[in-house]
Write a protein that binds this ligand. Structure first.
Ligand code: PMP
Length: 406
């Protein structure tokens, strides 16, 4: 059974004071905090069996290899992927999306169309734009409805252009928190024989994601938003496609044999993992998933959603507050502005009171452009946040609004 108070004790940083106030950490969409179990797993690796993986015959290398490959298995079990060749371990969601775009480029021709959600993070826009420049593909944004959710119907209309070859959308938008119909977009892509690319960076921390059930061609996510370390992310792709795609980066580990007369490549997943990977980070991510299982992840999500609803309700009751979006299916995020105030001023004053929120465009400038905003303040929750913290935040925000009005 999930218990918020018990769980909070697992996160040492939550005891910090900021400007002599207890820290209230509402910047989880940027990165989550790390429980002791994750910090310990990383420390155990460096103190007990730090070694490079795969090619060593000595004991430490064997232990590190077992832990690294074991972590891949853990990740596979969490995300419903049995075939570990389909799990590519990378530096983050950004790197995973760059890999997918660069590799798919070999299947695309000038004039081909890629549908990209209007509310995407820059990581799911810019790699596609680079293909506009290099091979002349065309990006068409998928419209967003007034509530902040990507419109599957409008996307379907756009697929009447029979040159749509890729549909790339976020499972959850990072600036709004809208849960998009990932399954709907995956089946739309399948109907028209296009590739589906789902950015799950903001979904994985807030819901059970089963990649086998979802059936996307490519699903990417990031450990650091799921209580894991920074610098580790995952691409889960379909074996048949990954097998066909050329390797992305060249170097050690991704090869089978190298000779000046020609090089052959390693099998999946290592074909896409050139160089020494983030061994400690991968082990730390597996520890994070073990931890999430242990605390009752489903109970944690239910709690977090309750706290989120409480926050949204309180925010909607404030005349001084304008919310960005109002999605039917909404997780973690509350993006807002205080009328007449700049988000940076609001964020700075909130920090003085101990509240950590993010301000600005949240790496989603087209979202801001679409809603005609310079930026927002974004409070984003994790399961270790409490109703009490939300109540304190609302009180703090009322004070800040009063200060800025005065
Ligand atoms: N996509 C989304 C929706 C994100 O929120 C983020 C992180 N802000 C990224 C991609 C990039 O992830 P990473 O930090 O792992 O590169």
């Amino acid at each position: 059974m999930f218990n918020c108070e018990t769980v909070r004790a697992d996160f040492p940083i939550l005891n910090r004071q900021i400007h002599s106030q207890p820290l209230v950490y509402f910047d989880n969409a940027a990165t989550s905090q790390k429980p002791k179990a994750v910090i310990q797993a990383i420390s155990d690796y460096y103190t007990g069996y730090n070694s490079n993986i795969h090619r060593g015959v000595h004991t430490l290398s064997g232990e590190a290899t077992d832990a690294y490959e074991g972590a891949r298995g853990r990740i596979g079990r969490w995300f419903g992927t049995e075939d570990l060749g389909e799990i590519i371990l990378l530096r983050g969601a950004t790197e995973a999306l760059n890999l997918v775009a660069a590799s798919l480029a070999h299947n695309l021709r000038s004039g081909d169309v890629i549908l990209v959600g209007t509310t995407e993070h820059h990581a799911n826009i810019v790699p596609w734009q680079q293909l506009e420049t290099s091979i002349g593909i065309k990006i068409v944004p998928i419209p967003v409805d007034s509530r902040g959710t990507l419109s599957l119907d409008k996307a379907r209309e756009l697929t009447r252009n029979n040159r749509v070859k890729v549909i790339a959308i976020g499972h959850v938008s990072n600036a709004i928190g809208a849960v998009n119909d990932a399954a709907g977009f995956v089946s739309l892509a399948r109907e028209i024989n296009a590739f589906s690319v789902i950015d799950g960076a903001q979904a994985a921390p807030h819901m059970r994601v089963n990649c086998a059930l979802l059936g996307a061609d490519f699903y990417v996510l990031s450990a650091h938003k799921c209580c894991g370390p920074t610098g580790i992310g995952v691409l889960i792709g379909r074996r048949a496609l990954l097998d066909e795609l050329p390797p992305w980066q060249g170097g050690g580990d991704m090869i089978d044999r190298v000779s000046f007369s020609g090089t052959t490549y390693n099998e999946l997943p290592w074909k896409f993992e050139a160089g020494t990977p983030n061994i400690a980070g991968t082990i730390g991510f597996a520890a994070a998933l073990d931890y999430l299982e242990k605390i009752d992840f489903d109970g944690a999500i239910a709690h977090e959603n309750r706290v989120h609803r409480h926050l949204i309700k309180a925010m909607k009751s404030r005349k001084s507050v304008e919310l960005l979006g109002n999605p039917e299916n909404w997780v973690s995020v509350c993006s807002f502005n205080i009328k007449g105030a700049h988000p940076n001023d609001v964020g700075t004053l909130l920090d003085q009171l101990g509240f950590a929120v993010r301000t600005g465009h949240h790496c989603a400038m087209p979202t801001m452009e679409h809603f005609n905003l310079p930026g927002t303040c974004r409070a984003s929750l994790a399961f270790y946040n409490s109703i009490d913290e939300v109540d304190a935040f609302i009180e703090g925000l009322d004070r800040v609004a009063g200060m800025l009005a005065g």
